[in-house]
Ligand binder design. Structure first.
Ligand code: HEM
Length: 391
């Protein structure tokens, strides 16, 4: 079985391909993409724990090219220790659990507001609900004023599109335009926060200090862009993948609707079972043997988180969706050095959104038109998911 993550049939359902890779070629050379894949849980785990061999350096810059909205400095996600250590400490001072928990009420209010107009009609779960919540949550957190939220949504939609599937000339120009507008907005906002601090993440990033070191203005800009991009389509896909799973398995839907305490378990199992981020990228700094195969130095490696989370060696009967299983060691948020900064925020958004969907509305069913999948190399999610609430 040939695995090519760009092939539509693989993007439709990568899991049988992963199973074959794990069994027959745990380390595989993927000719069309000039890269290696690592698919077993233990190997994936070792790779993401070893930045000195599996480096993250520069992949964003390389993959975005001219569409990089903040090219002046590397983004934290594409740095290795010790540069990464410094950036992560500084952002950790700003992006605190308390700041995240303060958002709960606001996220709930937005979720209610989005669900109200669609109670009586078929709607697109992705466009009308899942797309908006993460953008608003991050905009609120950064301190983007509500009169700019619509612009912020448009910019972030366009910039996110630039990261995964920019189309032709006109589309690239639109993405570039959004890059410019958003940069201008943040330049002005960062300068303003230096003069007049506020109670928001942008101010906290500007003020973050560790051993008399602080983030430069370019680093604050890159960090704001990273938080926006990393937290947007990923969380949207977690919401969409959860809704799709509940529609496919009505028994699970009924069970969760009968017990609110199951919502966090539902979220963790969707993260494992249908991970929003399927692949993370690394480059080898030296030749290394993995599961009996030697990967040369300077190779691009696709680390298949989506496959690790379905590895039968780690999760018994991995293709079964099981609310009761112990999945606390899933790798949907990565692990170690680059463990997702926004994991707590993503979990909070998903919990609040699902509570509103499942306990403030009637049960929901599939709409009439076919779903559409996101065409993306590294993300797994939906572009279109028609649903309606049962009468
Ligand atoms: C369900 C939603 C999410 C998923 C599945 C997810 C997944 C991931 C994964 C797999 C990584 C590791 C990347 C690597 O090892 O190369 C990561 C890193 C990161 N994520 Fe998330 N993410 C989600 C939501 C968010 C949110 C809401 C935010 C921000 C508000 C965020 C911000 C980040 C940042 C800044 C990093 C880089 C961390 C570092 O380099 O130290 N993510 N995420």
């Amino acid at each position: 079985m040939d695995y090519n993550p760009l092939a539509p049939e693989v993007q439709e359902n990568p899991y049988p391909y992963y199973a074959a890779l794990r069994q027959h070629h745990p380390v595989a050379w993927i000719e069309p993409l000039n890269c290696w894949t690592i698919s077993r849980y233990q190997d994936v785990d070792n790779a993401i724990k070893s930045p000195q061999v599996f480096s993250s350096a520069n992949w964003i810059g390389e993959s975005l090219g001219a569409l990089n909205p903040a090219p002046e400095v590397p983004w934290m996600i594409e740095t290795d220790p010790p540069d990464h250590t410094r950036l992560r400490k500084l952002v950790g001072k700003a992006f605190t659990p308390r700041m995240v928990s303060l958002l709960e009420q606001r996220i709930r209010a937005v979720a209610r507001q989005l669900l109200e107009p669609v109670r009586e009609r078929e709607f697109d779960f992705m466009h009308d609900f899942a797309r908006v919540l993460p953008v608003i949550a991050i905009a609120e957190m950064l301190g983007v004023e509500s009169e700019h939220h619509a612009e912020f949504e448009r910019w972030s939609d366009n910039i996110v599109r630039g990261t995964s599937r920019p189309g032709g000339e006109a589309e690239r120009a639109e993405i570039q335009q959004s890059n410019n507008e958003m940069r201008a907005y943040f330049h002005q906002a960062i300068a303003q926060r230096r003069k007049e601090p506020r109670n928001d993440l942008l101010t906290a990033l500007v003020q973050a200090e560790e051993e008399r070191q602080a983030l430069t203005a370019d680093e604050v800009l890159a960090m704001a862009m990273l938080i926006l991009l990393a937290g947007n389509e990923t969380t949207r896909n977690l919401l969409g993948n959860t809704a799709l799973m509940l529609l496919a398995q009505p028994a699970v839907l009924a069970k969760v609707r009968s017990d609110r305490a199951l919502v966090p378990k539902l979220i963790e199992e969707v993260l494992r079972y249908d991970s929003p981020v399927q692949i993370v990228f690394r480059r080898t700094t030296k030749s290394i043997e993995v599961s009996g195969t030697s990967i040369p130095a300077k190779s691009t490696v696709f680390v298949l988180l989506g496959s690790a989370n379905r590895d039968e060696r780690q999760f018994p009967d991995p293709d079964r969706f099981d609310l009761e299983r112990d999945n606390s060691d899933h790798r949907a948020f990565g692990f170690a050095t680059h463990f997702c900064l926004g994991a707590q925020l993503a979990r909070l958004e998903a919990k609040v959104a699902l509570e509103e969907l499942l306990f403030s509305c009637p049960t929901f069913v599939r709409g009439s038109r076919p779903i559409q999948r996101v065409r993306s190399l590294l993300l797994r999610g939906l572009d279109y998911l028609p649903v309606r609430f049962a009468a």
